[in-house]
Design a protein. Structure first.
Length: 311
């Protein structure tokens, strides 16, 4: 590289000198970051490519600034310098190619990712321990096992399935719907407990012990077998607050002796939600007055009605 340094000192054109300087510095590295003068310098790959173009032109005997042919008598047309230009140009090409290999691939857009596929996931690697956890952490552990190019598993379908099978129930608390352990929650190990958040506030958490986690993993293929979240299609009003119009419609249907399963279809809710609403109205003094003409003793036999309908 002595020839390059000498030529750099003899060249008055600042752009050409800059190109040669980059060539000299780049020739001693194999990666796009190197230490120069005790300091780490990250090369501008656009500048490296520009310097390579200059050297390619010089190696062909062309002035890179004007595009004119350089006469044979010029110093930069000497054979040793021409070989030097070609050598450094090849070094710069290696640097550019190496830089492409070290570049991180662009993050895939969610639209480019493959749908969640349980068949490609080894659930035996799920870190099952004795610590009870919430549904978000449970789903997160499953998602940690998927490849990066796969969409994340969402919890909606799992929660819907648990609710429809009475392991969870949607209850109204302070005018808002919240998911709580259902009548069958204890069978698999779902329970609620008071916890404290980072702000020091207490809240009610629904937790899944190791048995509940394994139960969900064992049934995950079945839960995901029905695509498109069928619960939202069958029960379009699921999770929505009850309105006075809903209460009136429920009252009218009960007075007509409509079956619970049919009421659920007409109101766009699950049978369990209908049962819970009737129970709430029974315990609500104002609602009792509004629904006093209903034979509430019949609604206490909801379990019998449901069993008859399933037969």
């Amino acid at each position: 590289m002595w020839h390059v340094r000498c030529l750099k000192n003899k060249t008055n054109n600042s752009r050409l000198r800059a190109a040669l300087f980059v060539s000299h510095q780049s020739s001693v590295i194999s990666r796009p970051t190197t230490a120069i003068g005790g300091n780490e310098m990250e090369l501008d790959m656009k500048l490296v490519a520009h310097a390579k173009d200059y050297l390619d032109a010089l190696g062909k005997g062309i002035d890179p600034l004007s595009g004119a042919l350089i006469s044979e008598g010029e110093v930069i047309r000497q054979e040793r310098l021409v070989k030097c230009f070609h050598f450094v140009s090849n070094v710069l090409q290696s640097i550019l190619e190496n830089n492409l290999q070290h570049q991180k691939p662009p993050a895939k857009n969610a639209k480019d990712k493959e749908p969640f596929d349980l068949k490609t996931i080894d659930l035996s690697l799920y870190p099952n321990d004795e610590e009870p956890i919430g549904i978000s952490r449970l789903i997160g552990r499953i998602n940690d096992l998927r490849p990066d190019n796969m969409e994340k598993l969402k919890r909606t379908g799992i929660l819907n399935w648990l609710e429809e099978n009475r392991y969870l129930q949607n209850v109204e608390i302070n005018g808002k719907n919240s998911m709580r352990p259902g009548p069958r929650a204890a069978e698999i190990g779902i329970f609620q407990a008071q916890q404290t958040n980072a702000d020091g506030r207490n809240y009610t958490a629904v937790l899944y012990n190791s048995s509940a986690q394994q139960f969900i993993l064992s049934n995950l293929a079945h839960i995901l077998s029905v695509k498109g979240n069928p619960s939202s299609r069958k029960h379009p009003n699921k999770g929505n607050p009850w309105t006075e119009e809903d209460n009136t419609q429920l009252n009218n249907l009960l007075e007509k002796g409509t079956a619970i399963s049919e009421i659920a279809i007409k109101l766009g809710r699950t049978q369990h939600a209908i049962e819970m609403r009737i129970e709430k109205l029974q315990n609500d003094a104002l609602s009792k007055e509004r629904f006093q003409e209903i034979d509430w003793s019949q609604t206490n036999k909801l379990g019998d009605l449901l069993r008859k309908e399933k037969q």
